[in-house]
Design a protein around this ligand. Structure first.
Ligand SMILES: [Zn+2]
Length: 413
């Protein structure tokens, strides 16, 4: 388990919440599963979703809402999210992004080319040779869409008032000027984190002298302070302990690295791709933004280990709030398009027929709810996951569909 607060005792299990909608389907403050079950028993509410557990009230209520702040940690493969009120964390988790998007697009393109190549009677078209404005590579577009989809989903059952997203490690605009004087870069200070993140990016996370990576790097004065060197970032680099000791009281040039000073004088250009995407996400969500060094500073101060969930919690402004049990979210394609050959064995077409039940669907079997692993025997039998800790094959007539398992799928860690 990656979630732990320094002052949170480990032997109390992490809380799970039931999310509540009012009669009009708008989100209210979450409640405990026990209370939700009572409401369901009294027929005052109906079940909307099972995981996360969402109920809708069947009577009008007064609506007291506390501000809920959502933090999103944008990642390359995983998105961390955490929402909290003043006292409690109400939801957290990680969404795993799909990795097969560009491959699938490539495949589709290939099949389409072959298919259309056979349409010899159709005149070639030349109107479609330009990419639309704002076009993103499929994998990037997927990443962008996933962030929006995730936040929209969370907003559908939580009254989120403020959203906050981390954009870059540091404020590149403000760091452009290499002659920032009198920078306090003491470890443990917020400014120190900023300078460190800046230098890590600038020097490619390696020792400037021997090029070693994956070692602890120390801040190093190119011209030592004892020789009149300043604290400005243009006089700072990163070195491993060995090099730092070896260099001692020499300047970088005397140490046999004359180009280091020139490199240090250069300003750092913001790394484009991912950062643009991040700013775009901020704009589309209407979210506030923060920087990585701020997150890192607060996370270390709280004594939390590095994880997407903890980062998101810190981004949301979390401090000593009671944490909740995180969700794991995956994405399942809604339209599982695949090509099939017709009965005579040629002319591929998009598959239209599919089995009633698909993987991840939820079904009722003998009054309990199970997840479907798949069907077999030409769709006559279905395999259910985790029936007495084992997969079980049962006839499809005995199961009843509860919900389709498509889109964003939540499960408790
Ligand atoms: Zn070194």
């Amino acid at each position: 388990m990656s979630v732990s607060n320094n002052n949170n005792t480990h032997h109390t299990p992490l809380k799970v919440y039931a999310y509540v909608l009012n009669m009009r389907g708008q989100p209210l403050m979450p409640t405990t599963p026990r209370k939700a079950r009572l409401l369901l028993k009294e027929v005052k509410a109906i079940v909307i979703n099972r995981c996360p557990f969402i109920i809708q009230l069947q009577y009008a209520t007064g609506e007291t809402k506390q501000p809920i702040k959502l933090g999103v940690d944008i990642g390359y493969q995983k998105i961390g999210f955490s929402a909290k009120t003043e006292q409690l964390e109400v939801i957290s988790g990680t969404l795993t992004l799909r990795k097969d998007v560009s491959k699938k697009i490539e495949e589709r393109r290939m099949y389409r080319r072959t298919r259309r190549g056979r349409l010899w009677y159709r005149k070639p078209r030349f109107l479609n040779r330009k990419k639309d404005e704002g076009w993103l590579a499929p994998s990037t577009q997927h990443r962008f869409d996933s962030h929006l989809r995730l936040v929209n989903t969370l907003e559908s059952f939580l009254p989120i008032s403020i959203k906050k997203v981390e954009v870059t490690n540091f404020d590149a605009q403000k760091m452009q000027n290499p002659e920032i004087k009198g920078v306090e870069y003491q470890q443990g200070e917020l400014q120190g984190y900023k300078v460190r993140e800046y230098l890590l990016d600038k020097w490619g996370r390696k020792c400037a002298y021997c090029g070693k990576t994956d070692v602890a790097l120390q801040l190093e004065h190119i011209v030592p302070k004892s020789r009149g060197g300043t604290n400005s970032v243009s006089n700072l680099t990163l070195a491993c302990k060995t090099c730092n000791v070896k260099k001692g009281d020499q300047t970088a040039e005397e140490f046999g690295h004359p180009t280091i000073q020139q490199q240090a004088n250069k300003t750092l250009k913001a790394t484009a791709c991912m950062n643009n995407l991040r700013w775009k996400i901020v704009a589309h969500l209407g979210a506030e933004h923060t920087y990585g060094y701020v997150t890192k500073y607060h996370r270390n101060k709280l004594g939390l280990e590095k994880s997407h969930i903890n980062d998101a919690f810190v981004i949301a402004g979390g401090t000593d709030q009671e944490r909740c049990r995180p969700y794991e979210v995956i994405q399942v394609r809604r339209s599982n398009r695949s090509l099939q050959l017709n009965r005579k064995g040629f002319k591929p077409s998009i598959r239209r027929q599919r089995y009633e039940l698909q993987p991840h669907d939820l079904v009722k079997f003998e009054d309990r709810i199970y997840s479907v692993k798949g069907v077999h025997c030409l769709g006559k039998r279905v395999i259910l996951k985790n029936v007495n800790r084992k997969d079980k094959s049962v006839t499809i007539k005995k199961v009843e569909l509860i919900t389709y398992g498509k889109g964003l799928l939540f499960s408790l860690c």
